[in-house]
Design a protein around this ligand. Structure first.
Ligand SMILES: Nc1ncnc2c1ncn2[C@@H]1O[C@H](COP(=O)(O)OP(=O)(O)OP(=O)(O)O)[C@@H](O)[C@H]1O
Ligand SMILES: O=P(O)(O)OC[C@H]1O[C@H](OP(=O)(O)OP(=O)(O)O)[C@H](O)[C@@H]1O
Length: 232
């Protein structure tokens, strides 16, 4: 087994990933108990699936400890500085869709765009003596996005979950988080800025540029690409 393929270890992301490979003739199968996170692949010689948390897969790809990995494109961009030097996005897989967005309270009726947010942020600082707080776990992506759009007068506060609740709880004025159905935003009376989409994420098959691409791994990779219909 030389070609290591990291796969999400649970939930819909795992199920959809297994389906995606099965539709292309690569049958992935869990082995052992559900909690052993072991798997094997049928149909491709030398392919070793490795089950792990989707949020740990970018790190493994960047370190070259796996050759290939399936995870959200948001997580790779957030976690790997200058990600395209370390990994290559081979194919968007068509599931796991989620948008990373900037959202503000619905009752901010005059705030619909990033320019409006910038104006509010400046006024907020003048009035309160501290900067407007945006809660998120996507620090890198949000900082880059706001810098590119000229919004500067804010402070990020870290939120690793239940981010939409921070506004209600008074620990932030705005948030940046992923949304899929929009239900969580609505339930918390938040609205997305019209130009506030930072990234449209989906599950993607990535190739590590850092892994050991010896002859055996390269040959197995080419065989896998042929099976999956990907240009290697
Ligand atoms: N509605 C959603 N809620 C959360 N994540 C979603 C949603 N839709 C798509 N995703 C994507 O799923 C990925 C995160 O998956 P998941 O939460 O299973 O990973 P994880 O944080 O590693 O899980 P855990 O650490 O609990 O094992 C991200 O790329 C995210 O964009
Ligand atoms: O637009 P929606 O369909 O409502 O989905 C978006 C929500 O789903 C995710 O949370 P998750 O349940 O993964 O928990 P988290 O708060 O720990 O991130 C995300 O952080 C949003 O809160």
């Amino acid at each position: 087994m030389t070609l290591r393929l990291a796969l999400p270890s649970k939930g819909r992301l795992m199920e959809k990933t297994f389906e995606w490979f099965a539709e292309r003739g690569v049958r992935l199968e869990r082995t052992g108990s559900e909690r052993q996170y072991a798997a094997r692949a049928e149909g491709i010689e030398g392919l070793q699936p490795v089950l792990m948390s989707a949020s740990e897969i970018p790190r493994e790809l960047a370190a070259g400890r796996v050759h290939l990995g399936v995870t959200g494109s948001d997580l790779v961009r957030e976690q790997i500085p200058d990600w395209e030097r370390k990994v290559e996005a081979l194919v968007p897989m068509g599931f796991g869709h989620a948008d990373l967005v900037i959202a503000v309270p619905e009752f901010w009726v005059d705030v619909d765009t990033l320019d409006d947010l910038d104006a509010v942020a400046a006024a907020f600082r003048a009035r309160h003596g501290h900067r407007l707080r945006i809660a998120t776990k996507y620090h890198r992506l949000v900082r880059e996005f706001l810098r590119a759009h000229g919004v500067a007068d804010y402070r990020l506060v870290d939120s690793q979950g239940a981010t939409e609740g921070t506004v209600r709880h008074g620990t932030a004025e705005a948030i940046a988080d992923i949304t899929s159905t929009g239900e969580t935003l609505r339930a918390n009376h938040l609205k997305v800025l019209s130009d506030g989409t930072v990234h449209r994420s989906q599950a993607t098959l990535f190739r590590s540029r850092m892994a050991a691409w010896d002859e055996a791994a390269s040959a197995e990779y080419r065989a896998l690409c042929e099976r999956l219909g990907i240009d290697p």
